[in-house]
Design a protein around this ligand. Structure first.
Ligand SMILES: Nc1ncnc2c1ncn2[C@@H]1O[C@H](COP(=O)(O)OP(=O)(O)OP(=O)(O)O)[C@@H](O)[C@H]1O
Ligand SMILES: [Mg+2]
Length: 252
């Protein structure tokens, strides 16, 4: 069997008496997309923090590309290809969308000392910025400033900046939160299209069950730090416990 991109192996994280993550295991393949769902306090954010390196588990291992990264910090995991959005990158409000992306690309290429206004004279940077604008459907707003963007475009810009770091795995914790209800679907659709086109793997924590069941091929449902179900949307939806805890409750 081909080696998994990510393997979470019996991972635990307690905060005092709170069992935030209570023995979670799963694997993710190269290019695979996984949605994580669960009620408030289920441990979703803690789990993605353990994967990104923001937190260290009390017990268990995280393997990435076959190597044990459990002891490695955030920066080293980014270098190896794990990038969590809404945490790593800064959006500069005094730079345009294209310039922001150029800064992110340049920092990855080790050219962070180059003044951003001159970045546009580097052919490789320009080509990559154009490709990222296109993939995330930001070309039309390339010369706008972040404050002029819709909430949805701002979210997408943040993900695009994270993507510019060229990760193998991109992690999003509730990417549509704060986005107007009518725009949630289009934001998720653009993100997913970008991930599919580029082949990057993704883990997406999402509250909105409509969105999850519409866009997911694989879903992990969590409750009280544990995995209730892991599989295709139909099987997760059909799971007794998932029905009772997730679909029968606040999501009814
Ligand atoms: N740094 C912390 N210190 C103490 N308790 C924490 C900490 N972080 C999380 N917890 C607790 O761990 C449990 C899991 O929290 P977590 O944020 O991972 O849940 P979640 O599934 O992301 O919830 P939400 O849907 O509300 O974002 C909760 O009971 C939370 O209060
Ligand atoms: Mg959370």
């Amino acid at each position: 069997m081909a080696e998994a991109l990510l393997r979470v192996d019996g991972v635990y994280k307690y905060f005092g008496g709170v069992r935030a993550v209570d023995g979670v295991s799963f694997s993710l393949g190269w290019g695979e997309r996984l949605f994580i769902v669960g009620p408030n306090g289920a441990g979703k954010t803690t789990l993605v923090n353990l994967i990104s390196g923001y937190l260290k588990p009390d017990r268990g291992r995280i393997l990435f590309k076959g190597e044990d990264v459990t002891a490695l910090g955030l920066a080293e995991r980014v270098r190896r290809g794990i990038a969590r959005s809404f945490q790593l990158v800064t959006v500069f409000d005094n730079l345009t969308v294209a310039e922001n992306i150029a800064v992110s690309v340049a920092s990855r290429l080790g050219r962070s000392r180059v003044a951003y206004r001159t970045l546009t004279s580097y052919r490789d940077v320009v080509e990559e910025v154009e490709r990222i604008l296109e993939v995330f459907e930001l070309t039309d707003v390339a010369s706008k400033y972040p404050t002029e963007l819709s909430q949805g475009d701002r979210k997408i810009l943040d993900v695009a900046l994270t993507f510019a770091l060229k990760p193998s795995l991109i992690i999003l914790d509730e990417p549509t939160s704060g986005v107007a209800t009518k725009d949630k679907h289009s934001v998720m659709e653009r993100l997913i299209k970008a991930f599919d086109v580029t082949g990057v793997s993704s883990i997406i924590v999402e509250h909105d069950m409509d969105i999850v069941f519409r866009y997911a091929r694989r879903v992990v449902a969590m409750h009280e730090g544990r995995v209730l179900a892991d599989g295709d949307p139909a099987s997760v939806r059909g799971n007794e416990e998932v029905r009772r805890i997730l679909l029968g409750g606040v999501y009814a």
